[in-house]
Design a protein around this ligand. Structure first.
Ligand code: ACM
Ligand code: ZN
Length: 768
């Protein structure tokens, strides 16, 4: 056999295998799957015997029979005696209630479970083993044994129905998709500023008024003008209590628990529009239309007893509706200015001996927490409920990174991890310049897949406090069901595998292959889903004091072509094969190809500037944000320029100055210095007011050599980069450079974050 023949046989073999296993791409991947020879072949009529008694088992089996018939066109008949080709056995040795085993032999499929959840999940796996398309070929599954159980008990998906209302049908479809991928907690965000979505019998105005707003959907969220009083409130909707019962029952049939979120004490402009007496100012106000908070009261008054009576009455109806032992009470992003200016709130602080408004929020949440506990329910809140003291037994949802979760677990509280990156599914999952408009940020499928819910810093003994994680779907920029599908597909599949599996079952390349068949299914079902991110990742590293560039993509089967002359890369351009030495400043244009076809309409570009600080060392005299560290300590001297977005290559510091000392690789003659900065008004990122440079030969005595004052306009809507350049009339010798960038400290007047901390973002200190 010559080499080509070997290659050909090899390809043939793989094509054959790929074809054979196309129905075995189960997501989340089972913990253990052992293959054996042969196939189980379904007949036109199949028999099923169920040994598990009880209505729930019966309903789950009936639903399986119906779904199977719809998917295959084949029948299943129940059998009570003798042998059957599909057998369901009770096995009490399976201690995990969600566990299941499936034994597929040539003559029988045998399912062992210890409860109905396990049975439901076994059926989900079988559905995924069936071919996606019903055709005339026989329907068969390769023989195998599956042993499976999840790693985490909280496998959640959140949905914000306040910012945009979603129909009953859409909610059910969302639950269907969750169930397919074995997700089990639906966090229903029913209350927020821009819409109250749950019928409360005692307070009908909450839905008569609070559920409706003037339709400004033709504007993007943050650009929406306030409504005026004479405009008709014509956008919105709510769920009646009967509809909510219907959703809870539907979810329960798919082993999903529904957890309501009744947000407080902030984010309740919708409640205040309905009952103005609940706010500190108590003046009438219009419903909000979008992200513009000017002249809006969005907090309950913490000094008014009527507020607590109101909330308790609302919660009473919520408890009667929702069987879940959990209730989420929000607690995030409370702007405490209204409390600072309110006599009743200030009086409350005095009588309750509370030292600040943080403690007032804690008082609020603890008081509600006690009411929740009296009603035998468990309170969940966003991680701000830690501020000023955590309520007894409260469960913390860690969204501002992992820190809240770590802190709460150390206090022996249960936590659910939902850090913005990678658990926010409202962020972009690909290149923002051609992706559908999204909230902001970047959170790719691979990013989600690489997530580990147990924070690395958490000691082993505290791991059990982490119940799991959840994908959060905020709907400011999700106006349709179609777009909702796009935001969760395929990221929810990655999260499901993160929460179900373990490090031995999780491998990106293999997941990437498996997910392709799910894309085929989405196509067949007419579901809208996002392509896998096609941006090229640029990383630099030093080797023997030289700077190298490594390029990679999320496509294991992709190729990267690049140019350095600003032209669009094509198959005739240079193929990236190994790290490239960067020895002169350059602009790379790169494009991902798969099967010789470009995978994106535009190139990913990256600028490198080669200068004299490369190879040096940065010391941070003041800490930078843990959230925005870019590539770590080499980031400001790695030659990589930052793009017009906040996520990549930018180091950030909020409210404080940036203060660094750079030790150059050697004593150097300096003629020009420049600190690269980002101005991104909407992301609360502003240029520094000024940048001070000083230099030193010994790292001890510094000579101030210049102060560059900002002459740029950082005003409304601006997004640009700027270099704070200092040219020296005569070059100077130095080994150390100190840079201090002065933060404007707070966002300017008229900005949505007026008076709150502003960011400085910097990508590079360029030394020439
Ligand atoms: C949140 O994203 N405000 C919890
Ligand atoms: Zn007040």
């Amino acid at each position: 056999m010559n080499k080509n023949n070997i290659l050909f046989s090899f390809l043939l073999f793989f094509t054959f295998v790929a074809f054979q296993i196309s129905g075995q791409n189960i997501i989340p991947a089972p913990i253990k799957k052992i293959h054996s020879n042969g196939y189980f072949i379904f007949k036109n009529l199949n028999y099923l015997k169920n040994e598990c008694k009880g209505k729930e088992f019966g309903n789950t089996v009936n639903s399986f029979i119906e779904t199977f018939q719809n998917k295959t066109g084949y029948q299943i008949q129940k059998k009570h005696f003798g042998s059957a080709t599909i057998e369901i056995l009770l096995d009490q040795t399976l201690l995990n209630k969600e566990a299941y085993r499936i034994q597929i032999d040539t003559n029988q499929i045998s399912i062992s479970i210890s409860d109905v959840k396990g049975l439901f999940y076994a059926f989900q796996s079988i559905y995924q083993l069936l071919p996606a398309v019903r055709n005339n070929a026989e329907i068969k599954i390769p023989c195998m044994q599956i042993q499976d159980q999840p790693a985490f008990t909280w496998r959640g998906m959140h949905l914000d129905v306040s910012r945009h209302y979603f129909s009953m049908e859409t909610i059910k479809q969302y639950l269907d998709l969750m169930a397919t991928y074995k997700m089990n907690k639906f966090h229903w965000h029913l209350v927020d500023d821009q819409g109250w979505r749950i019928e409360i019998k005692k307070f009908p105005k909450l839905t008569q008024i609070g559920a409706w707003r003037v339709n400004k959907n033709e504007y993007w969220w943050n650009d929406r003008p306030q409504a005026s009083a004479n405009e008709e409130a014509n956008y919105g909707g709510y769920y009646t209590q009967n509809q909510i019962r219907e959703i809870i029952a539907y979810a329960a049939s798919k082993q999903i628990e529904v957890i309501p979120e009744i947000e407080m004490p902030g984010h309740v402009a919708s409640a205040i529009a309905s009952y103005s007496e609940l706010s500190c100012k108590q003046n009438t106000q219009l419903q909000m239309t979008g992200g513009n908070y000017t002249a809006i009261s969005s907090n309950y008054c913490a000094g008014n007893e009527q507020v607590f009576d109101f909330i308790e009455a609302v919660l009473k109806e919520v408890f009667e509706l929702f069987p879940s032992k959990y209730v989420h009470v929000g607690g995030d992003e409370v702007d405490k200015t209204s409390w600072e200016n309110c006599n009743k709130c200030q009086l409350r602080m005095k009588t309750e001996n509370l030292k600040d408004e943080e403690e007032l929020q804690s008082y609020f949440m603890k008081r509600i927490g006690a009411y929740i506990e009296q009603n035998h329910k468990k309170m969940i809140g966003w991680d701000e409920i830690l501020q000023g003291g955590l309520a007894k037994g409260a469960i913390v949802m860690s969204w501002r990174g992992e820190i809240g979760g770590i802190e709460a677990a150390k206090m022996k509280h249960n936590v659910i991890m939902t850090p913005g990156s990678p658990c926010y599914f409202d962020h972009y999952q690909g290149n923002a310049s051609y992706e559908p408009k999204a909230f902001n940020g970047f959170n790719s499928l691979k990013n989600v897949y690489n997530y580990r819910p147990i924070p690395a810093q958490l000691p082993d003994s505290l791991h059990h406090y982490v119940l799991g994680a959840q994908g959060n779907v905020w709907s400011e920029y999700i106006q349709s069901t179609n777009q909702l599908e796009y935001m969760i597909l395929p990221r929810m599949l990655a999260l499901s595998e993160v929460l179900w599996g373990n490090d031995t079952t999780r491998k990106w390349d293999e997941f990437y292959n498996r997910i392709q068949s799910h894309f085929e299914r989405f196509d067949l079902m007419g579901l809208n889903y996002a392509p896998i991110n096609t941006k090229i990742k640029f990383e630099t590293f030093y080797k023997d004091s030289a700077l190298y560039l490594n390029m990679s993509s999320d496509y294991p089967d992709g190729q990267i072509y690049f140019t350095k002359d600003n032209s669009m890369p094509g198959l005739q351009s240079v193929l990236y094969e190994k790290p490239i030495l960067i020895d002169s400043s350059a602009q790379f244009q790169t494009l991902l190809f798969k099967n010789n076809r470009p995978m994106s309409p535009i190139a990913s570009s990256q600028e490198f500037v080669i200068h004299k600080a490369i190879g040096g060392k940065v010391t941070y005299n003041l800490p930078i944000s843990k959230q925005y560290k870019a590539e770590g300590d080499i980031s400001l001297i790695n030659g990589i320029r930052g793009p017009l977005e906040t996520k990549r290559n930018w180091q950030g510091v909020i409210k404080e100055n940036l203060n660094i000392t750079v030790e150059l690789p050697q004593m150097t003659s300096i003629s020009k210095l420049a600190l690269g900065c980002l101005n991104y008004y909407k992301a609360w990122v502003f240029l520094p007011d000024s940048v001070l440079y000083s230099i030193s030969k010994d790292g001890k005595q510094f000579e101030s050599i210049g102060n560059v004052i900002s002459e740029f306009n950082s005003g409304s809507d601006s997004l640009f980069t700027a270099d704070f350049e200092l040219k020296l009339a005569k070059s100077k010798q130095a080994k150390y450079i100190k840079v201090e960038a002065i933060n404007r400290k707070v966002c300017p007047k008229g900005h949505p974050g007026e008076g709150q901390g502003s960011w400085i973002f910097t990508d590079e200190l360029i030394v020439q």
